[in-house]
Design a protein. Structure first.
Length: 76
């Protein structure tokens, strides 16, 4: 796994409502994930958003995966 990919993800309270976005652009990680979830292929996304790179999409997926990997606390 290329963890340096995550350097492509930006978080800035002054942009995109503080949500993570790609390389200082106004496309959010969630936008990319929603496109993938709707069935768009990486190639289709790149054709529709020519300023994105394949690594941006892979970084979005990696970022989301890391966000879901957390400890679960069970209360009795």
């Amino acid at each position: 796994m290329k963890t340096d990919r995550l350097n492509r993800i930006t978080i800035d309270d002054a942009q995109c409502g503080g949500r993570p976005f790609i390389r200082g652009m106004t496309i959010r990680v969630t936008d990319v994930l929603e496109l993938l979830g709707a069935g768009a292929s990486i190639e289709e996304i790149l054709a529709d958003y020519p300023y994105l790179e394949r690594e941006d999409i892979l970084a979005s997926i990696e970022y989301a995966g890391r966000q879901t990997d957390h400890s679960v606390l069970l209360c009795a």
